[in-house]
Design a protein around this ligand. Structure first.
Ligand code: F3S
Length: 63
């Protein structure tokens, strides 16, 4: 699994970072970014799906 944040959609709600701080972080402007360089660890996949479902801007994509 890979996870992406669409920077055009993200409004900086940071639910992603609060739910999964090891997977998501925020940039200097307070917008969400993916903290992982590679695939999502198997043990975090369910949490990442929850983050995607809870992003109010539908900015998180899972592949
Ligand atoms: Fe952005 Fe959604 Fe996270 S708006 S900061 S991707 S919860």
């Amino acid at each position: 699994m890979r996870v992406l944040i669409d920077a055009d959609r993200c409004q900086g709600h940071l639910r992603c970072m609060n739910l999964a701080p090891g997977v998501f972080d925020c940039d200097d402007l307070g917008y969400g970014v993916v903290a992982l360089a590679g695939p999502v660890p198997a043990e975090s996949e369910q949490l990442v799906r929850r983050c995607a479902a809870n992003c109010p801007e539908h900015a998180i994509t899972i592949r």
